[in-house]
Design a protein around this ligand. Structure first.
Ligand SMILES: NC(=O)C1=CN([C@@H]2O[C@H](COP(=O)(O)OP(=O)(O)OC[C@H]3O[C@@H](n4cnc5c(N)ncnc54)[C@H](OP(=O)(O)O)[C@@H]3O)[C@@H](O)[C@H]2O)C=CC1
Ligand SMILES: Cc1cn([C@H]2C[C@H](O)[C@@H](COP(=O)(O)OP(=O)(O)O[C@H]3O[C@@H](C)C(=O)[C@@H](O)[C@H]3O)O2)c(=O)[nH]c1=O
Ligand SMILES: [Mg+2]
Length: 295
Protein backbone atom coordinates (compact mmCIF):
# COMPACT_ATOMS: atom_id res chain seq x y z
CA UNK A 1 0.00 0.00 0.00
CA UNK A 2 1.30 3.47 -0.91
CA UNK A 3 0.43 6.08 1.72
CA UNK A 4 0.71 9.85 1.42
CA UNK A 5 1.06 11.29 4.94
CA UNK A 6 0.57 15.04 5.19
CA UNK A 7 2.21 16.72 8.19
CA UNK A 8 4.88 14.31 9.43
CA UNK A 9 6.16 16.62 12.19
CA UNK A 10 3.00 17.15 14.24
CA UNK A 11 2.30 15.13 17.39
CA UNK A 12 0.13 12.63 15.53
CA UNK A 13 2.08 12.84 12.27
CA UNK A 14 5.30 11.87 13.97
CA UNK A 15 3.68 8.75 15.49
CA UNK A 16 2.02 7.90 12.17
CA UNK A 17 5.44 7.74 10.50
CA UNK A 18 6.16 4.86 12.88
CA UNK A 19 2.77 3.12 12.92
CA UNK A 20 2.11 3.26 9.16
CA UNK A 21 5.60 2.13 8.10
CA UNK A 22 4.80 -1.61 8.26
CA UNK A 23 1.80 -1.12 5.93
CA UNK A 24 3.85 -0.22 2.87
CA UNK A 25 5.58 2.74 1.25
CA UNK A 26 5.00 6.12 2.90
CA UNK A 27 5.60 9.50 1.32
CA UNK A 28 5.71 12.14 4.08
CA UNK A 29 5.21 15.88 3.71
CA UNK A 30 6.08 18.74 6.02
CA UNK A 31 5.79 22.47 5.65
CA UNK A 32 9.53 23.04 5.17
CA UNK A 33 10.55 19.75 3.53
CA UNK A 34 12.31 18.48 6.65
CA UNK A 35 11.43 15.90 9.26
CA UNK A 36 11.97 16.11 13.02
CA UNK A 37 14.43 15.13 14.37
CA UNK A 38 16.08 14.67 10.99
CA UNK A 39 15.60 13.59 7.41
CA UNK A 40 14.01 14.88 4.23
CA UNK A 41 10.30 15.19 3.44
CA UNK A 42 8.27 16.48 0.52
CA UNK A 43 7.65 20.18 1.12
CA UNK A 44 3.96 21.11 1.22
CA UNK A 45 2.53 24.31 2.65
CA UNK A 46 -1.21 23.86 3.03
CA UNK A 47 -1.87 27.54 2.46
CA UNK A 48 -0.85 26.88 -1.15
CA UNK A 49 -4.15 25.21 -2.06
CA UNK A 50 -3.05 24.43 -5.62
CA UNK A 51 -0.03 22.50 -4.38
CA UNK A 52 -2.27 20.05 -2.51
CA UNK A 53 -3.91 18.59 -5.62
CA UNK A 54 -0.56 18.54 -7.43
CA UNK A 55 0.95 16.49 -4.59
CA UNK A 56 -1.88 13.94 -4.76
CA UNK A 57 -1.60 13.78 -8.56
CA UNK A 58 2.15 13.35 -8.45
CA UNK A 59 2.25 10.43 -5.99
CA UNK A 60 -1.03 8.67 -6.80
CA UNK A 61 -1.17 7.02 -3.35
CA UNK A 62 -3.63 4.31 -2.35
CA UNK A 63 -4.65 6.39 0.65
CA UNK A 64 -3.99 9.91 1.99
CA UNK A 65 -3.66 10.53 5.73
CA UNK A 66 -3.91 14.20 6.71
CA UNK A 67 -2.26 14.96 10.04
CA UNK A 68 -1.89 18.70 9.44
CA UNK A 69 -4.00 21.26 11.24
CA UNK A 70 -4.01 24.73 12.71
CA UNK A 71 -4.21 23.77 16.41
CA UNK A 72 -3.58 27.03 18.30
CA UNK A 73 -7.00 27.30 19.97
CA UNK A 74 -6.62 30.78 21.47
CA UNK A 75 -4.64 32.29 18.60
CA UNK A 76 -7.33 31.11 16.19
CA UNK A 77 -9.72 33.69 17.65
CA UNK A 78 -7.52 36.39 16.12
CA UNK A 79 -6.50 34.39 13.02
CA UNK A 80 -9.85 33.19 11.77
CA UNK A 81 -8.91 33.34 8.11
CA UNK A 82 -5.75 31.29 8.52
CA UNK A 83 -7.47 28.73 10.76
CA UNK A 84 -10.20 28.24 8.16
CA UNK A 85 -7.69 28.04 5.30
CA UNK A 86 -5.75 25.21 7.00
CA UNK A 87 -8.58 23.41 8.80
CA UNK A 88 -11.43 23.80 6.32
CA UNK A 89 -10.39 24.97 2.83
CA UNK A 90 -7.26 22.80 2.57
CA UNK A 91 -9.06 19.60 3.65
CA UNK A 92 -11.85 20.49 1.19
CA UNK A 93 -9.40 20.84 -1.70
CA UNK A 94 -7.61 17.67 -0.60
CA UNK A 95 -10.89 15.76 -0.39
CA UNK A 96 -11.95 16.87 -3.88
CA UNK A 97 -8.59 15.83 -5.32
CA UNK A 98 -8.87 12.45 -3.60
CA UNK A 99 -12.50 12.02 -4.69
CA UNK A 100 -11.59 12.69 -8.30
CA UNK A 101 -8.74 10.17 -8.21
CA UNK A 102 -10.73 7.57 -6.23
CA UNK A 103 -8.32 7.75 -3.28
CA UNK A 104 -9.68 7.38 0.28
CA UNK A 105 -8.86 10.08 2.82
CA UNK A 106 -8.14 9.72 6.54
CA UNK A 107 -8.54 12.94 8.52
CA UNK A 108 -8.63 14.02 12.19
CA UNK A 109 -11.05 16.26 14.02
CA UNK A 110 -11.75 17.32 17.56
CA UNK A 111 -14.01 17.19 20.60
CA UNK A 112 -14.13 21.01 20.31
CA UNK A 113 -16.81 20.65 17.58
CA UNK A 114 -19.21 20.14 20.53
CA UNK A 115 -20.38 22.86 22.91
CA UNK A 116 -19.84 20.70 25.99
CA UNK A 117 -23.29 21.24 27.44
CA UNK A 118 -23.97 17.47 27.31
CA UNK A 119 -23.75 15.18 30.31
CA UNK A 120 -23.16 11.82 28.66
CA UNK A 121 -20.45 10.94 26.11
CA UNK A 122 -21.03 12.45 22.67
CA UNK A 123 -21.84 10.10 19.82
CA UNK A 124 -20.72 10.65 16.24
CA UNK A 125 -24.11 11.92 15.07
CA UNK A 126 -24.85 14.19 18.04
CA UNK A 127 -25.41 17.83 17.10
CA UNK A 128 -22.27 19.95 16.87
CA UNK A 129 -22.00 23.55 18.09
CA UNK A 130 -18.40 24.74 18.41
CA UNK A 131 -17.65 27.47 20.94
CA UNK A 132 -14.61 28.94 19.19
CA UNK A 133 -12.95 29.57 15.84
CA UNK A 134 -10.72 26.48 16.03
CA UNK A 135 -13.73 24.19 16.59
CA UNK A 136 -15.73 25.99 13.91
CA UNK A 137 -12.93 25.63 11.40
CA UNK A 138 -12.45 21.93 12.19
CA UNK A 139 -16.18 21.35 11.80
CA UNK A 140 -16.13 23.15 8.43
CA UNK A 141 -13.29 20.81 7.42
CA UNK A 142 -15.36 17.76 8.34
CA UNK A 143 -18.29 19.10 6.34
CA UNK A 144 -16.14 19.84 3.29
CA UNK A 145 -14.81 16.28 3.32
CA UNK A 146 -18.30 14.79 3.57
CA UNK A 147 -19.59 17.10 0.82
CA UNK A 148 -16.80 16.08 -1.58
CA UNK A 149 -18.12 12.54 -1.78
CA UNK A 150 -14.65 11.10 -1.08
CA UNK A 151 -14.38 7.74 0.69
CA UNK A 152 -13.25 8.85 4.12
CA UNK A 153 -12.52 8.26 7.73
CA UNK A 154 -12.76 11.25 10.08
CA UNK A 155 -11.33 10.38 13.48
CA UNK A 156 -12.46 12.82 16.14
CA UNK A 157 -10.02 12.79 19.03
CA UNK A 158 -9.31 14.98 22.08
CA UNK A 159 -6.72 16.46 24.44
CA UNK A 160 -3.81 15.07 22.41
CA UNK A 161 -0.40 14.87 24.03
CA UNK A 162 3.01 13.36 23.35
CA UNK A 163 6.58 13.72 24.52
CA UNK A 164 7.15 15.97 21.49
CA UNK A 165 5.35 19.05 20.29
CA UNK A 166 3.04 21.56 21.96
CA UNK A 167 0.72 19.97 24.47
CA UNK A 168 -0.60 20.09 28.03
CA UNK A 169 1.68 17.28 29.27
CA UNK A 170 4.81 19.19 28.30
CA UNK A 171 3.41 22.50 29.54
CA UNK A 172 2.65 21.00 32.97
CA UNK A 173 6.09 19.35 33.29
CA UNK A 174 7.73 22.67 32.40
CA UNK A 175 5.60 24.73 34.80
CA UNK A 176 5.99 22.13 37.57
CA UNK A 177 9.75 22.55 37.40
CA UNK A 178 9.42 26.35 37.66
CA UNK A 179 6.65 26.93 40.22
CA UNK A 180 5.49 25.89 43.69
CA UNK A 181 1.83 26.09 42.75
CA UNK A 182 -0.08 25.36 39.55
CA UNK A 183 -3.66 26.56 39.18
CA UNK A 184 -5.58 24.41 36.72
CA UNK A 185 -9.22 24.37 35.68
CA UNK A 186 -11.25 21.64 37.33
CA UNK A 187 -14.55 22.17 35.54
CA UNK A 188 -13.58 21.14 32.00
CA UNK A 189 -13.81 17.39 31.54
CA UNK A 190 -12.49 15.24 28.68
CA UNK A 191 -10.29 12.28 27.78
CA UNK A 192 -6.54 12.91 27.37
CA UNK A 193 -5.30 10.91 24.39
CA UNK A 194 -1.68 10.15 23.48
CA UNK A 195 -0.61 10.61 19.86
CA UNK A 196 0.79 7.06 19.74
CA UNK A 197 -2.67 5.60 20.41
CA UNK A 198 -4.26 7.63 17.63
CA UNK A 199 -1.51 6.51 15.25
CA UNK A 200 -1.74 2.84 16.28
CA UNK A 201 -5.50 2.74 15.85
CA UNK A 202 -5.24 4.54 12.50
CA UNK A 203 -2.84 1.84 11.26
CA UNK A 204 -5.21 -0.84 12.47
CA UNK A 205 -8.15 0.78 10.67
CA UNK A 206 -6.13 0.99 7.45
CA UNK A 207 -5.06 -2.64 7.78
CA UNK A 208 -8.74 -3.55 8.25
CA UNK A 209 -9.66 -1.66 5.08
CA UNK A 210 -12.00 0.56 7.10
CA UNK A 211 -11.42 3.80 5.18
CA UNK A 212 -15.11 3.97 4.34
CA UNK A 213 -16.28 4.02 7.97
CA UNK A 214 -17.05 7.76 8.02
CA UNK A 215 -16.82 9.60 11.34
CA UNK A 216 -15.52 7.78 14.42
CA UNK A 217 -14.65 8.93 17.94
CA UNK A 218 -11.15 7.92 19.07
CA UNK A 219 -9.96 8.79 22.59
CA UNK A 220 -8.79 6.91 25.65
CA UNK A 221 -11.41 5.43 27.98
CA UNK A 222 -12.53 7.24 31.11
CA UNK A 223 -12.61 10.95 31.75
CA UNK A 224 -10.98 13.60 33.90
CA UNK A 225 -10.64 17.33 34.36
CA UNK A 226 -7.55 19.25 33.24
CA UNK A 227 -6.82 19.57 36.98
CA UNK A 228 -6.89 15.78 37.49
CA UNK A 229 -4.81 15.28 34.34
CA UNK A 230 -2.23 17.76 35.68
CA UNK A 231 -2.17 15.92 39.01
CA UNK A 232 -1.38 12.60 37.36
CA UNK A 233 1.24 14.20 35.07
CA UNK A 234 3.06 15.68 38.04
CA UNK A 235 2.79 12.49 40.09
CA UNK A 236 4.26 10.37 37.30
CA UNK A 237 6.69 13.15 36.42
CA UNK A 238 8.21 12.85 39.90
CA UNK A 239 8.08 9.05 39.81
CA UNK A 240 10.01 8.96 36.53
CA UNK A 241 12.52 11.62 37.58
CA UNK A 242 11.33 14.13 34.97
CA UNK A 243 10.74 16.70 37.72
CA UNK A 244 12.30 16.88 41.15
CA UNK A 245 9.25 17.59 43.24
CA UNK A 246 5.50 18.04 42.90
CA UNK A 247 4.06 21.56 43.14
CA UNK A 248 0.68 22.09 44.78
CA UNK A 249 -1.99 21.82 42.10
CA UNK A 250 -5.04 23.90 42.89
CA UNK A 251 -8.32 23.36 41.04
CA UNK A 252 -9.87 26.57 39.74
CA UNK A 253 -13.08 27.35 37.85
CA UNK A 254 -12.84 28.26 34.17
CA UNK A 255 -13.86 31.81 35.10
CA UNK A 256 -10.57 32.18 36.97
CA UNK A 257 -8.48 31.24 33.93
CA UNK A 258 -9.66 33.65 31.24
CA UNK A 259 -8.66 32.76 27.68
CA UNK A 260 -9.55 34.26 24.27
CA UNK A 261 -11.36 31.04 23.20
CA UNK A 262 -14.19 29.40 25.09
CA UNK A 263 -13.76 25.66 25.66
CA UNK A 264 -16.36 22.92 26.20
CA UNK A 265 -17.10 22.02 29.84
CA UNK A 266 -17.76 18.37 28.99
CA UNK A 267 -16.35 16.87 25.80
CA UNK A 268 -16.14 13.16 26.54
CA UNK A 269 -16.64 11.16 23.33
CA UNK A 270 -18.47 7.85 23.02
CA UNK A 271 -15.96 5.52 21.32
CA UNK A 272 -18.08 2.38 20.99
CA UNK A 273 -18.47 2.68 17.23
CA UNK A 274 -14.71 2.92 16.73
CA UNK A 275 -14.03 -0.03 19.01
CA UNK A 276 -16.43 -2.11 16.95
CA UNK A 277 -15.02 -1.07 13.56
CA UNK A 278 -11.37 -1.34 14.62
CA UNK A 279 -11.86 -4.44 16.74
CA UNK A 280 -9.83 -2.94 19.60
CA UNK A 281 -10.43 -1.93 23.17
CA UNK A 282 -9.14 1.50 24.19
CA UNK A 283 -6.94 1.94 27.28
CA UNK A 284 -7.94 4.05 30.29
CA UNK A 285 -6.43 7.55 30.19
CA UNK A 286 -4.26 6.91 33.27
CA UNK A 287 -2.77 3.74 31.79
CA UNK A 288 -2.12 5.49 28.49
CA UNK A 289 -0.34 8.34 30.29
CA UNK A 290 1.80 5.90 32.26
CA UNK A 291 2.77 4.09 29.06
CA UNK A 292 3.68 7.40 27.40
CA UNK A 293 5.99 8.20 30.32
CA UNK A 294 7.47 4.65 30.29
CA UNK A 295 6.11 3.76 33.73
N1 LIG B 1 -3.62 18.72 19.69
C1 LIG B 1 -4.78 18.34 20.21
O1 LIG B 1 -5.00 18.45 21.42
C2 LIG B 1 -5.85 17.78 19.35
C3 LIG B 1 -5.69 17.62 17.98
N2 LIG B 1 -6.72 17.14 17.21
C4 LIG B 1 -6.55 17.01 15.76
O2 LIG B 1 -5.61 15.97 15.51
C5 LIG B 1 -4.86 16.26 14.35
C6 LIG B 1 -3.39 16.20 14.66
O3 LIG B 1 -3.11 17.18 15.66
P1 LIG B 1 -1.68 17.36 16.34
O4 LIG B 1 -0.77 16.30 15.85
O5 LIG B 1 -1.90 17.54 17.78
O6 LIG B 1 -1.28 18.77 15.73
P2 LIG B 1 0.12 19.53 15.81
O7 LIG B 1 -0.22 20.96 16.04
O8 LIG B 1 1.05 18.81 16.69
O9 LIG B 1 0.64 19.33 14.32
C7 LIG B 1 0.00 19.94 13.24
C8 LIG B 1 0.92 19.88 12.05
O10 LIG B 1 0.28 20.60 10.98
C9 LIG B 1 1.27 21.32 10.33
N3 LIG B 1 0.79 22.52 9.68
C10 LIG B 1 0.10 23.54 10.22
N4 LIG B 1 -0.10 24.49 9.29
C11 LIG B 1 0.48 24.04 8.14
C12 LIG B 1 0.64 24.56 6.85
N5 LIG B 1 0.15 25.78 6.50
N6 LIG B 1 1.27 23.84 5.93
C13 LIG B 1 1.79 22.63 6.25
N7 LIG B 1 1.68 22.08 7.45
C14 LIG B 1 1.04 22.80 8.39
C15 LIG B 1 2.25 21.74 11.41
O11 LIG B 1 3.48 22.01 10.78
P3 LIG B 1 4.59 22.93 11.47
O12 LIG B 1 5.24 22.00 12.45
O13 LIG B 1 5.47 23.33 10.34
O14 LIG B 1 3.84 24.07 12.10
C16 LIG B 1 2.28 20.52 12.30
O15 LIG B 1 3.28 19.62 11.91
C17 LIG B 1 -5.37 17.62 13.85
O16 LIG B 1 -6.37 17.42 12.88
C18 LIG B 1 -5.99 18.24 15.10
O17 LIG B 1 -7.00 19.18 14.78
C19 LIG B 1 -7.91 16.76 17.74
C20 LIG B 1 -8.12 16.87 19.09
C21 LIG B 1 -7.09 17.34 20.01
C1 LIG C 1 -1.36 26.15 31.14
C2 LIG C 1 -2.64 26.11 31.92
C3 LIG C 1 -3.83 25.83 31.26
N1 LIG C 1 -4.99 25.81 31.95
C4 LIG C 1 -6.24 25.46 31.26
C5 LIG C 1 -6.59 26.23 30.01
C6 LIG C 1 -7.50 25.27 29.29
O1 LIG C 1 -8.82 25.40 29.78
C7 LIG C 1 -6.96 23.92 29.67
C8 LIG C 1 -6.11 23.25 28.62
O2 LIG C 1 -5.20 24.17 28.09
P1 LIG C 1 -4.45 23.98 26.71
O3 LIG C 1 -4.22 25.30 26.11
O4 LIG C 1 -3.29 23.09 26.89
O5 LIG C 1 -5.48 23.14 25.90
P2 LIG C 1 -6.22 23.43 24.52
O6 LIG C 1 -5.33 24.16 23.62
O7 LIG C 1 -7.57 23.95 24.73
O8 LIG C 1 -6.33 21.92 24.05
C9 LIG C 1 -7.15 21.61 22.97
O9 LIG C 1 -6.36 21.65 21.80
C10 LIG C 1 -7.11 21.45 20.64
C11 LIG C 1 -6.14 21.46 19.46
C12 LIG C 1 -8.06 20.32 20.68
O10 LIG C 1 -8.48 19.81 19.65
C13 LIG C 1 -8.65 19.92 22.01
O11 LIG C 1 -9.03 18.57 22.05
C14 LIG C 1 -7.76 20.23 23.17
O12 LIG C 1 -6.70 19.31 23.29
O13 LIG C 1 -6.17 24.11 30.87
C15 LIG C 1 -5.01 26.05 33.34
O14 LIG C 1 -6.09 26.02 33.95
N2 LIG C 1 -3.84 26.31 33.98
C16 LIG C 1 -2.65 26.36 33.33
O15 LIG C 1 -1.61 26.64 33.95
MG1 LIG D 1 -3.29 24.97 23.33
Amino acid sequence: MKILLLGGNGQVGRELRRSLAPLGEIVVTSRDGRLEPEGPAEALDLSDLGAIARMVGRFRPDVVVNATAYTAVDKAEAERELAFRINAEAPGVLASACAEAGIPLVHYSTDYVFDGQGTSPYREDDPTAPLGVYGESKLAGEEAIRASGVEHLILRTAWVYALHGHNFLRTMLRLAAERDELRVVGDQVGSPTPAWLIADVTARLLANGATDAGTLHLTTAGQCSWHAFAGEIVRLGVETGRIERAPVITPIPTADYPTPARRPAFSVLDTRRLEQVAGVGLPQWRQALAKTLDV
